[in-house]
Design a protein around this ligand. Sequence first.
Ligand code: KIV
Length: 262
Amino acid sequence: MCSTDFLRAKIERRKLSMVTCYDYTFARLLSKSAIDGILVGDSAAMVMHGHSSTLSMTVELARLHTEAVVRGAAGKFVVADMPFLSFRKGLAAALECAQVLMRAGAHAVKLEGVDGHEDVIQRMAQSGIPVMGHLGLQPQSVHAYGGFRVQGRSDDSAREILRQATVLEELGAFAVVLECVPAILAQQITQALQIPTIGIGAGGGCDGQILVLQDLLGMNMDFHPKFARSFVDGAGSVLDALAHFDEAVKAGAFPAPEESYS
Ligand code: KIV
């Protein structure tokens, strides 16, 4: 897969699957799957580091997570998220960040919003850096919203998101993530654009779907957004395994002779 394959998939009406990943071990597993793309999301700040928002992500952390994922995810298309404000401090600083992430092995970068950093998006696209947009709920703007809220419910706000999506396409983005918008709006945007839309909490009308890996694996015990289906009870399985290990150790049943060296 590469960014042009995303465009081809839309033309051929093939749905695209993406998940987030932040580490080598899961990246190895993903490399054995049919998943089309991996996002080293700034959600790593929350999922891997326990922060309450993505604002704590830094370029250095993004580089470290991207390198780890790329080492494990041989043959997979890897998109790295540009952290909070990294693309709002001028063109040179934004390109510096993109350079760090691409040299870490990413095949594309993703950044939230469009207004005020059109030049960044255009310059990256013109420089051979595939750019994925991110509209609707932009987690880096959580404090401007007053919480993680569905966006695009009013006519004005829906029109605005559609406008931004069109601008992203004109600037050269190869795809756009639509997060937490009404399904009908995501469908309209999907129909209006040539580039694929990748939904998360945006209904089934998008060209593809993305989920946070730990959410789809059912690892997150505290947070169950409506859109995040758990495809396995990961937390239950892990807790079960830990209980069995604990019991076996305390009963003197682990390690067995065949698990010991002579
Ligand atoms: O960082 C992330 O996990 C994301 C997804 C929600 C698309 O941006």
